[in-house]
Design a protein around this ligand. Structure first.
Ligand SMILES: [Zn+2]
Length: 153
């Protein structure tokens, strides 16, 4: 468990939150989390006492038991709510290292690639000529990893 301030939000900055305390962080391999997060699995952490400080997530009922929150403006997946506790998509936190998963759940749906990810070759960031220039030319529209008074600036 970690104490506040724990902050985060969506990519465009329309939705921002504060969390007082984090509960257990997990990796969920269920097919619904794969789809909802557009990923191989769903990294989620229980958010104890969450406050929406800018905007609120839109909600999709992925089943009769669970709703999933996302930013209606940019589509960032934000929450998993099963009616008891709200869980937050760990990647939406300003500092995702605060929520290191301690358990994998719903492993019957786990994609085979997951166990081989750490074996994949890694591209040398300096291997391709011109990459530094391309990266330097990118102007990000992503909200920074901290609260802002006015956004977009
Ligand atoms: Zn957004």
């Amino acid at each position: 468990m970690t104490s506040s301030p724990i902050t985060g939000g969506c990519q465009c900055g329309s939705v921002r939150y504060d969390i007082k305390k984090l509960g257990r962080a997990t990796i969920c391999h269920c097919r619904m989390c794969q789809k909802a997060l557009g990923s191989f699995y769903g990294p989620l952490v229980t958010a104890l006492d969450i406050e929406w400080t800018r905007g609120k997530p839109a909600v999709y009922a992925s089943s009769n038991k669970v709703t999933r929150g996302f930013c209606a403006d940019c589509g960032t997946p934000l929450t998993y709510d099963w009616g008891k506790d709200v869980e937050i998509a760990i990647g939406s936190m300003d500092n995702p290292t605060l929520a290191a998963p301690v358990l994998q759940v719903n492993i019957k749906d786990k994609l085979p690639i997951v166990d081989a990810l750490h074996k994949l070759p890694m591209r040398d960031p300096n291997a391709n000529e011109g990459t530094a220039e391309i990266v330097a030319s990118i102007k990000s529209n992503q909200h920074p990893d901290h609260h802002t008074t006015d956004w977009p600036e």
